[in-house]
Design a protein around this ligand. Structure first.
Ligand SMILES: Cc1cc2nc3c(=O)[nH]c(=O)nc-3n(C[C@H](O)[C@H](O)[C@H](O)COP(=O)(O)OP(=O)(O)OC[C@H]3O[C@@H](n4cnc5c(N)ncnc54)[C@H](O)[C@@H]3O)c2cc1C
Length: 414
């Protein structure tokens, strides 16, 4: 039976995250969002504070001093931090999800070397680099022609790999000290057989972040171009199966909870938009009474709250299936699509209610409007994730009790 009752520990973590979001993240979010130079918009003090609170290391396994949190807990905490600011939540959420992948894909020997780097450095953030100038959705759907896939090359030389190529739009690019990167061992082979994942630290020779992209929303976190110029990585830092990194990226998005967590963070934006709009509607007087008392605005707010609840429980349900050991990849993709659409719709409705006042940059809605857009394309475009889910819709075959003879006849034109 599906059960969303929060455990005492989940309640404790959520209170911790809410205090962090309201006391520490929110006060500087709008100021940092407007810093013209995006390289200066990230607040490192927030990372140190999250470390003190145990929030940065939520997915570090307990044996290594972390929380070992499950996907449903991460959804809750990600949404709560994003309530303070989406960009800041993304910095942590990337770290949580990549840590989960490292914990799942690495050997005991690799964990011994990599876990302390993340757990013990209070400013350690993680990044995962797949996207390249010529390869975006191809790694997510994925396209298996040898002319597609990532172009970054990994050439074996003795017991080392030499990496050359460029990644772009990478969240935490320029901030992360530990990076997971995907490269091809042989670009003549299909990507499903030739894509490998490596771990490296940002001080590795030949590695650099050459550009931090200015962007519409999520301006408080960095999205970087990462250049690999003859970067040498020892064979022992190849993670996962040799050639199977594309399938592993697919697992990160669905089974390991990346899409679910991504949806949860953008939902935090919707919740914030709803809360401030409810307050505004109760306080703003037009037509002789608070605008909340005009039925059309009440309906608008009721619908906004309904959409947020539905998106949240869809995300939690998906997290719950993963926790039961039966993750549903279709639902894991779709709950991110749904949450991203919900956030855009809720913030647009909020914008409608705020009217001209919402359009002014001094007021908080316009930032939420920009932030909400980011997950239509991040963590896999909604179009591509929907296509992936469509491939998992199944069929109702003859012999299935739901099979309809009349439908068969109608399809045959009878
Ligand atoms: C805020 C943000 C953060 C990001 N962070 C990261 C990160 O940390 N790491 C990382 O590796 N990447 C990251 N990305 C990149 C993101 O994952 C890619 O943008 C995404 O995969 C899409 O790639 P693209 O932009 O090159 O679009 P393209 O793949 O070129 O797609 C263009 C359009 O074509 C559609 N399309 C593509 N293929 C198909 C198909 N087969 N069938 C039908 N339609 C198709 C897409 O849906 C889209 O509408 C981030 C992006 C954003 C916006």
């Amino acid at each position: 039976m599906v059960d969303f009752t929060l455990t005492p520990r989940q309640k404790e973590l959520r209170e911790n995250a809410l205090e962090f979001a309201i006391k520490h993240v929110m006060p500087s979010a709008e100021r940092n969002d407007r810093v013209p130079d995006v390289e200066r918009a990230f607040d490192w003090e927030l990372v140190r504070e999250a470390s003190r609170r145990g929030l940065r290391t939520l997915t570090v396994p307990k044996d290594w001093g972390g929380e070992g949190a499950d996907v449903m807990t991460l959804s809750m905490i990600g949404e709560t931090v994003a309530y303070g600011d989406l960009g800041v939540a993304v910095a942590f959420d990337q770290t949580w999800k990549i840590m989960t992948m490292i914990a799942n894909l690495t050997t005991p020997e690799q964990r011994k070397r990599w876990m302390p780097k993340v757990a013990e450095d209070p400013t350690c953030l993680l990044a995962a680099a797949a996207t390249e100038p010529l390869s975006g959705s191809d790694s997510i759907l994925p396209y298996n022609g040898s002319d597609g896939g990532v172009r970054m090359t990994a050439v074996k030389k003795g017991d080392r790999w030499i990496l050359n190529g460029e990644k772009r739009y990478i969240s935490n690019g320029g901030l992360a000290n530990v990076i997971y990167v995907m490269a091809r061992t042989d670009t003549r082979l299909p990507p499903s057989e030739s894509t490998v994942g490596f771990l490296l630290t940002s001080d590795t020779k030949g590695y650099s972040c050459t550009e931090v992209w200015d962007k519409l929303g999520q301006r408080t976190v960095q999205n970087g171009t990462l250049v690999f110029d003859n970067v040498e990585i020892p064979d022992e830092d190849l993670v996962g199966s040799r050639g199977g990194a594309l399938a592993e990226l697919g697992a990160l998005l669905t089974r390991f909870g990346s899409n679910i967590q991504a949806g949860a963070t953008v939902l935090g934006v919707a919740q914030r938009a709803y809360d401030i709009t409810l307050q505004y509607a109760r306080q703003r007087i037009q037509g002789g009474k608070p605008i909340f008392e005009h039925q059309i605005q009440q309906q608008r707010l009721a619908r906004m709250s309904m959409k947020i609840d539905a998106a949240r429980y869809y995300l939690w349900y998906s997290g719950w299936t993963a926790q039961q050991g039966q993750p549903d990849a279709r639902v894991a993709s779709l709950c991110k699509v749904h949450a991203a659409e919900c956030a855009v719709e809720v913030v647009t409705q909020a914008f409608e209610l705020w009217a001209a006042t919402g359009y002014m940059r001094k007021n908080p809605i316009e930032k939420l409007l920009r932030d909400a857009q980011s997950f239509i394309h991040s963590d896999g475009t909604n179009d591509v994730l929907t296509l992936k889910a469509a491939g998992r819709l199944g069929n109702i075959e003859k012999g299935d009790p739901r099979y309809s003879k009349r439908v068969e006849e109608a399809a045959a034109g009878r």
